[in-house]
Write a protein that binds this ligand. Structure first.
Ligand SMILES: Nc1nc2c(c(=O)[nH]1)N[C@H]1C(S)=C(S)[C@@H](COP(=O)(O)OP(=O)(O)OC[C@H]3O[C@@H](n4cnc5c(=O)[nH]c(N)nc54)[C@H](O)[C@@H]3O)O[C@H]1N2
Ligand SMILES: Nc1nc2c(c(=O)[nH]1)N[C@H]1C(S)=C(S)[C@@H](COP(=O)(O)OP(=O)(O)OC[C@H]3O[C@@H](n4cnc5c(=O)[nH]c(N)nc54)[C@H](O)[C@@H]3O)O[C@H]1N2
Ligand SMILES: [Mo]
Length: 776
């Protein structure tokens, strides 16, 4: 591989860089000729829904309603490369564990069901019938049904598949339904119901088109939801203010050049996105938001005492909210010194945001992993809602709260019953509908599932999509514990590390993807998905499946369920398996308020938006109003040692060339890093202070008092524009550093954006710079 390079990127996001990158990836996957046919159905009514992010799919799509990273995700699925039984016969599992993520997935789409053979340490072909029989038999034999089996899913799974999977787990006897959102927006699902009485965002594309101010906290649209840059570009052009809080200066939040606009491409200039950019300390948002709220309150107090108009929306506060007085008193008691110290910002910065906020009439708060993956994540999200509530910016057009969901159906999956928390799904209704007594005790979320595995309580781990072992924290502890499981089932489309850590028994069960045509005896079948704005869309695959031996996720669930469970005439697995409309009927019976007339409405342009009581200013909270939540403290991270000059706070980040644990390549174009992912982004003064040099190799070591050594060596030091005391590294490589108990209070979302670490030189041998720095 070529030598690692760091060379700052000065061009806008999008633009020619994006166009070039798309061409390269289509060529590499061998689909340059055939991809355009598939892409013409991308995010279209009666086409398929992008399998990359969950960003909103508009009613009137652009002719090319896709982005650079959407194309990468499509090319990744429709690739010409195949990972066949022949491949597995050539490599032992031990050997494959030495490959990196990129190489593993480059092997291509999995073509056959495979069983791990411990004798030869290889995966060998198995028939679907044998695999299903053995899995069902093993599941039935589990003695402790409540603890012994876990049913994980990743947020790509359709509504139909998710509903059946949840039903299967509950008929089996537990709510052990951890999913990727436990590592992601679980913080949102815990924070928002308390604040506003609904666990999903309130904002639609129409609101984005009307807002005059956007507050952007810890989300990186340039890489992770690039189609969002179109409404943001439009907003910036109409004079709306976009204010960003992010420790890093992310390119997509600075400038965007629309690669689909010939005029812009020729001019090469692009549009400025953020009008204010504040490089808050990692985890400093709670203090920063409190500071903005404090400044808004002070502006109000001054205006009123000078006889002017109130700045707060007093009618809204009186009629619709609860807890404002307590919150206001708490704000008045905060001192600016503490707010500045904790946020790493100047008071004037928070005041300048407050000034714009007070002048704006329709404000949207947008956030992502930069808020949710922190110890104080729940309070931080609630503080952003507090700020919006102060001027009535929730429940009216052009305003609201917008958590940007990650996986393309992670939100829908939760809606239709993938949750370990019994209170989030109407168990009484499925009890009546299917005449059984569902388990009422909470199941395991992701962190709890890991703890149960470490405790040896789990026998069977069923992984429906995703790459659990790579996505979770604490690899050094989890990987050996994983090997002790009795059975691991990997329902995946490409080879990943989870499958290379077999338990006593292990299967790889490859399935068709959503871009592929799903045909049953009843004819072509459709699926459905919910985007981040709560709109549900139909999905029809357009390509032939990667291999004739693949089956659908739905058929697999139905077959395993039928063989595992006692027959129940109310649960019609055979009909669900052939006609997915039958599954949608069941979903609509369980959740009629969302899914009435499901079969028709999912094909409406733009999908159908689920009912949002908040947008009628109906608050389904305990107080019947929107709640101001006053935090106990402003402490951003209880696990961070209070003193310790040399302890840095590590944020684990996504590059522009990955989708979660899937690594598309080794370049992070927007951050100017080429040919490597083993970097640590540091402020120059931290580099000097710790006696390090740019380009040298270092070891990161977690600071924790549990006696476990967690470290990662061979990381190259990159001088970067990042706040002092904070460093950045890539996920999933850095997950080995993250203790399993380091999570957000209340939601147990791993605190992946604030890991306390120290840095040590890897010694004289590697003191020579390993990385070229190209100043441009
Ligand atoms: N191409 C691509 N698209 C994706 C994904 C992908 O991996 N690749 N993943 C999908 C998934 S599952 C998800 S959840 C989303 C994730 O999308 P994002 O929510 O954007 O997640 P990250 O890239 O992890 O980090 C978000 C941003 O938070 C900033 N940040 C870190 N710490 C802090 C902090 O303390 N405060 C603030 N204010 N900012 C902070 C980082 O600098 C970064 O810009 O994207 C989805 N879309
Ligand atoms: N340190 C750190 N850790 C993190 C994060 C972080 O920011 N920092 N982010 C967290 C977040 S937000 C998330 S969402 C999780 C992601 O956790 P997961 O969702 O578990 O991981 P992915 O990498 O998205 O899963 C990729 C695998 O999914 C399989 N796959 C792809 N498409 C399909 C399909 O259509 N069907 C099936 N059955 N399988 C398919 C492929 O085999 C591929 O290898 O990671 C979390 N972990
Ligand atoms: Mo996510």
């Amino acid at each position: 591989m070529s030598k690692p390079i760091h060379s700052p990127y000065r061009l806008p996001a999008g633009g020619w860089g994006s166009a070039r990158s798309v061409g390269n990836i289509l060529r590499r996957e061998g689909v340059l000729g055939s991809a355009p046919v598939a892409l013409s159905r991308h995010n279209k009514v009666d086409g398929y829904q992008c399998n990359s992010c969950a960003w909103v799919k508009p009613a009137t799509p652009l002719p090319f309603e896709y982005c650079e990273n959407g194309v990468k995700a499509v090319a990744w699925e429709i690739t010409a490369h195949r990972c066949t039984p022949d491949f597995f016969s050539k490599h032992t599992v031990t050997e494959l564990r030495g490959w990196d993520e990129y190489a593993l997935e480059q092997a291509g789409r999995l073509t056959h069901p495979m069983r791990y053979d411990a004798g030869s340490d290889k995966y060998v072909p198995v028939s679907w019938g044998e695999a299903v029989d053995d899995i069902a038999h093993t599941l039935r034999a589990v003695e402790d049904k409540k603890n012994g089996a876990v049913f994980y899913s990743s947020g790509r799974l359709s509504n139909e598949g998710s509903y059946l999977y949840g039903l299967f787990a509950r008929l089996y006897g537990n709510n052990n339904l951890p999913d990727s959102s436990n590592m992601c927006h679980e913080t949102t699902s815990v924070a928002l119901p308390v604040s506003i009485g609904q666990g999903v965002g309130t904002v639609s594309l129409n609101d984005l088109a009307k807002a005059d101010c956007f507050l952007f906290f810890g989300q990186n649209p340039g890489s992770n939801s690039p189609r969002m840059l179109h409404p943001l570009q439009e907003a910036s052009r109409r004079g709306a203010r976009i204010i960003t809080y992010n420790p890093l200066r992310e390119r997509g939040l600075e400038r965007f050049l629309n690669p689909q606009s010939p005029a812009e491409m020729l001019s090469g200039k692009g549009t400025r996105i953020s009008s204010q950019y504040h490089q808050v300390k990692a985890g400093g948002d709670l203090a920063a938001l409190a500071g903005i709220c404090k400044a808004v309150l002070a502006t109000h107090d001054e205006a009123v005492s000078a006889g002017g108009a109130p700045v707060l929306d007093l009618d809204f506060l009186a009629v619709h909210t609860h807890g404002f007085e307590t919150f206001a008193n708490w704000l008045r008691a905060r001192n600016w010194d503490e707010l500045e110290r904790r946020s790493g910002l100047h008071r004037a910065e928070m005041e300048s945001t407050a000034a714009v906020y007070c002048r704006s009439n329709k404000v949207i708060g947008i956030y992502g992993m930069g808020l949710t993956q922190h110890r104080a994540g729940v309070e931080t999200v609630q503080m952003l809602v507090n700020l919006l509530l102060m001027r009535g910016n929730i429940g009216r057009e052009g305003a609201g709260i917008c958590p940007v969901r990650g996986h393309s159906n992670v939100q829908g999956q939760r809606t239709v019953g993938i949750t370990e928390r019994p209170e989030l799904f109407p168990l009484d209704r499925i009890a009546r509908q299917f005449e059984f007594e569902p388990p009422r005790e909470a199941g395991y979320n992701t962190v709890e599932a890991c703890e149960a595995i470490l405790d040896g309580k789990v026998d069977v781990f069923f992984m429906l999509g995703g790459n659990f072992v790579r996505a979770i924290p604490d690899h050094g502890r989890m990987e050996p514990a994983w090997r002790k499981l009795g059975l691991t089932v990997n329902v995946i489309t490409k080879l990943n590390r989870s499958a290379l850590l077999p338990g006593a028994k292990s299967y790889i069960l490859p399935v068709i993807g959503r871009i592929e045509a799903d045909r049953t005896a009843a004819g072509p079948q459709a699926l459905s998905m919910e985007d981040t704005s709560g709109c549900v869309h139909g999905n029809r695959g357009v390509r032939s499946p990667a291999s004739p031996h693949l089956i659908s996720e739905i058929r697999l669930i139905c077959e395993i369920a039928r063989k595992t469970l006692e027959p129940n005439p109310r649960v019609r697995w055979t009909e669900y398996e052939t006609d997915y409309a039958e599954i949608r009927k069941e979903i609509a019976e369980t959740l009629p308020e969302i899914f009435w007339d499901y079969e028709r409405r999912m094909w409406e342009p733009g999908g159908f938006q689920r009912d949002m009581p908040v947008n009628r200013r109906e608050w389904k909270t305990e107080t019947g109003r929107a709640n101001f939540v006053t935090p106990d403290a402003l402490e951003e991270d209880l696990d961070m040692p209070a003193s310790g000059y040399d302890v840095l706070r590590l944020m684990t980040l996504r590059s522009n060339d990955q989708f979660n644990t899937t690594v598309y390549g080794y370049d992070d174009r927007f951050r100017g890093i080429k040919n490597t992912r083993k970097v640590v982004l540091m402020n120059r003064s931290d580099i000097d202070r710790l006696g390090l040099r740019v380009g040298q190799a270092v070891t990161l070591r977690t600071v924790a008092e549990d006696g476990i050594d967690r470290h990662l060596s061979g990381m190259l030091v990159v001088a970067y524009d990042i706040p002092i005391g904070c460093i950045g590294g890539y996920y999933p490589e850095c997950n080995v550093l993250m203790p399993i108990w380091h999570y957000a209070v209340g939601s147990k979302t791993p605190a992946a954006k604030s890991i306390p670490v120290t840095i040590h030189s890897d010694g004289d041998a590697v003191l020579e710079p390993q990385l070229d720095y190209e100043a441009v």
